[in-house]
Design a protein around this ligand. Structure first.
Ligand SMILES: Cc1ncc(COP(=O)(O)O)c(C=O)c1O
Length: 354
């Protein structure tokens, strides 16, 4: 569906090098559309990137009706810009909105808007290795209200940020603190949705961990504080012999698209992949006796991030002598090459911006 495009009269200079930044720069334009109960989505538009005007009592601010998602567009080796698995992310938007009583979006029209926006701001897609254009989608309840109920009005937006590597360490092994005090998400809660509130809930634990010199937190389950859930904003995986294990999805774990990608590749490589609960005590024992040689996180921001050190209840253990493990390295190489290789990808995951 064609919609109006208002181009910026003050295009910004492109950063020469985005370095390790994540969210330091925003491009010139953004896509917006509004929703009203009874009317559906309307007022689709691309406008210059800039501030919003909101009712102070809107549902997003007062009651947390705010969800988001994000993936990356890459400038491939043939200079074509490609979005990586955008439809999987749009599908997840609709899971998040369903959990927070927000309206669904139409996947094909949102994809078309993404392609149009990235095309318009294509000069912002960085070229250096490891960089990308991060495509952030957000939906907020905009109706001003006081009683606790779902809003009847919403805004959905897409905006773009050229990014480098999420962690300053890049693909180098990071130090992780196992959190048995704070939890990210509780059973029956909204952890499987990419709700803004989940990230607010995670801040204190990660700030505490960072102040102690750790890169991030490894989250345990909310009931027994025993089973691995996620690491920072990534899904977690580990290898014992030829078996790769990752926690099964639940209502407190975000179903990562990178997790899906990694599991598909690992299975294709003939490795045994198990989605089963992982007890932190078994992890510490396994690292200690050398049966667990590698643990890593997977997510859009850092792609594949090896864990080099784990601290749990005062005990600190090095994983795989703090070197990137063989499966971690293979996954990192395979996924990053899928992001940027020229031509068609064998899985049909990528969407060209032409
Ligand atoms: C809590 C959480 N878990 C996992 C992930 C990884 O998901 P994805 O691979 O789709 O980026 C993310 C990041 O999006 C996240 O915020």
């Amino acid at each position: 569906m064609p919609f109006p495009i208002t181009t910026s009269l003050n295009p910004k200079p492109i950063p020469e090098d985005v370095g390790n930044t994540f969210g330091a720069y925003f491009t010139d334009h953004m896509f917006l559309m509004d929703y009203k109960q009874g009317l559906g989505w309307y007022n689709h538009r691309i406008v210059p990137f800039g501030p919003l005007s909101l009712h102070p009592s809107c549902a997003a601010i007062q009651y947390g009706q705010s969800i988001f998602d994000g993936f990356k567009a890459y400038r491939c080796d043939d200079d074509v810009i490609r979005l990586f698995r955008p439809l999987d992310h749009i599908e997840r938007i609709n899971k998040s909105t369903a959990r927070l009583c927000m309206p669904a979006v139409d996947p094909q029209s949102v994809l078309a808007a993404m392609v149009q926006l990235v095309d318009l701001d294509r000069r912002w897609v960085p070229r250096q290795k490891g960089t990308a254009l991060y495509v952030r989608e957000t939906m907020i309840g905009t109706e001003g209200l006081m009683g606790v109920r779902p809003a009847s009005e919403y805004t959905f937006m897409i905006f773009l940020s050229p990014v480098g590597s999420y962690y300053a360490e890049g693909a180098n092994p990071v130090s992780i603190l196992v959190s048995d005090k704070h939890v990210r998400a509780a059973r029956g809660g909204i952890g499987a949705a990419k709700a803004a509130a989940n990230y607010g809930a995670s801040l204190l634990a990660s700030e505490e961990a960072k102040s102690m010199g750790y890169t991030q937190v490894l989250w345990l389950d909310s009931t027994e504080r025993r089973f691995l859930e996620e690491v920072g904003t990534m899904n977690v995986m580990l290898r014992i012999g030829n078996e790769i294990i990752t926690p099964p999805l639940s209502d407190s774990i975000l179903a990562g698209v990178t997790r899906m990608t990694a599991l598909a590749l690992l299975r294709e490589w003939g490795l045994q992949v198990s989605e089963r609960p992982i007890d932190i005590n078994d992890v510490m024992t396994g690292i200690g006796n050398g049966t667990i040689e590698e643990i890593w996180g997977v997510g859009t921001a850092a792609v594949v991030s090896p864990i080099g050190q784990l601290t749990y209840r005062g005990q600190t253990l090095e994983v795989g002598a703090r070197r990137i493990g063989k499966v971690t390295a293979r996954l990192h190489a395979a996924i990053t090459s899928l992001h940027t290789q020229p031509g068609k990808d064998p899985y049909g995951w990528r969407v060209d911006v032409i």
